[in-house]
Ligand binder design. Structure first.
Ligand SMILES: *Cc1c(COP(=O)(O)O)cnc(C)c1O
Length: 393
């Protein structure tokens, strides 16, 4: 997982497909990030926040009970133990510090389920930045608690009223805002998507997870690397962080996509939100809505580097169904006492399904977030016979 080329391309994917007015802003952002990333003082400040504010390094947990049941060795990289409950804070703290360094006093973001919005509002509160989060009107209704969290943290939450009024519309609104406000404003994009330098920059900001987990696995495995590393894929940022630790290892890299939003599995090359990647489209080239049990994976595209890794065969991407995800959600809770985010449960679900082909292997899963935000939804979904079957009623 090297740097993209000068045009921001990973193989035939990526690039910078944006209105003319944003080209200088993206060039400025790239230059500022390169400069900051090479500056030991910036790195030390970020590392300090990751350690003392977010709680890094996050541990690796050996799942003895579930390992025995599945006939393999299961390790979890515990990104759920970060402040605000997921991996998203790694990226956001870096971008918020970068905005400050660039002299931008206002930060905007898009959010779907609200987790990236909450992380951004958190960092903005910490650094004294003005914060505006765009969120689809439909998502604001579905995730009312996260809307309140953002407001509590001092952010403004503005509904995106166009299209399906969900995540992709919120991205459109954020980009529109940025075109008009780029002098004072940094756009804090939440995953490895968008025009260059975002996919590369966001991956680098999540690399800390990959570096940690490689070292932790080596300590646990007597110097060896795991056989398989698995992460769920929405836009692909937690997967990019995990994979970056093992890109040059013998480790098999697996992304678990929601069956209803399998951009790598079912998408075709296309341009959306500023870069070229695999994208769910209909026969007319119109973007198709993703549909998944987890709002955090409800996105019709995937980051361009994942499209490239699939293209060259370095990583594989497999769909898992909502039903398999629910089972994994309950199973991990019961066997290990860890309630995963529904997103993260996709990765666990793939391991459970593939247990026979993985027999005897060591598998590290990125537990990208905790499931507290999802218990109400799961409770409602398992309210009848489905819950009774699982001993929940
Ligand atoms: C947002 C989110 C995801 C999906 O985003 P990626 O960029 O694909 O990592 C996955 N897990 C959790 C817990 C999230 O909050």
């Amino acid at each position: 997982m090297a740097e993209p080329d000068a045009a921001g391309r990973f193989g035939r994917f990526g690039g910078r497909f944006v209105p003319e007015t944003l080209i200088p802003a993206l060039a400025e952002l790239e230059a500022a990030f390169r400069d900051a990333w090479a500056d030991p003082a910036f790195r030390a400040r970020l590392d300090g926040l990751l350690r003392d504010y977010s709680g890094r390094p996050t541990p690796v947990t050996e799942c003895e009970n579930l390992s025995e049941r599945l006939g393999l060795r299961l390790l979890l990289k515990r990104e759920d133990l970060n402040h605000t409950g997921s991996h998203k804070i790694n990226n956001v703290l870096g971008q918020a510090l970068l905005a400050q360094r660039m002299g931008k006093t206002r930060v905007i973001a898009e959010t779907g389920a609200g987790q990236h919005g909450v992380a951004t509002a958190t960092a903005a509160a910490l650094l004294g930045q003005e914060c505006l989060v765009y969120m689809g009107e439909v998502d604001m209704e579905r995730q009312a608690l996260n809307v309140f969290r953002m407001r509590l943290l001092g952010a403004e939450v503005r509904p995106a009223l166009t299209g399906s009024r969900t995540l992709k519309d919120a991205v459109n609104e954020a980009m529109r805002d940025w075109v008009a406000s780029v002098e004072t404003t940094h756009y804090c994009l939440g995953t490895v998507m968008g025009p260059h330098p975002y996919p590369w920059m966001v991956r680098e900001l999540h690399r800390v997870m990959g570096d940690e987990v490689r070292e932790q696995c080596r300590a646990l495995l007597g110097g060896d690397d795991p056989d398989v590393a698995v992460a769920c894929v929405g836009g692909g940022s937690n997967a990019a962080g995990l994979f970056s630790g093992f890109a040059d290892a013998r480790t098999r890299l697996v992304g678990a996509e929601p069956a209803g939003g399998a951009a790598v599995g079912k998408g075709v090359p296309g341009v959306v939100h500023g870069s070229k990647s695999f994208l769910l489209q209909d026969e007319w080239g119109q973007v198709v809505e993703a549909e998944s049990i987890s709002a955090g994976l409800d996105y019709p595209g995937v980051g361009p580097e994942h499209a490239h890794l699939a293209d060259v065969g370095r990583a594989e991407y497999h769909p898992v169904t909502d039903e398999e995800v629910l089972d994994a959600f309950v199973t991990l809770s019961r066997t290990e006492g860890i309630i995963p985010a529904l997103e993260s449960a996709h990765a666990v679900a793939w391991v459970i399904r593939e247990r026979e082909s993985l027999a005897g292997q060591t598998v590290v899963v990125c537990l990208s977030g905790r499931g507290d935000k999802d218990v109400q939804q799961v409770s409602a979904m398992l309210g009848d016979a489905a819950g009774a079957d699982r001993g929940l009623r």
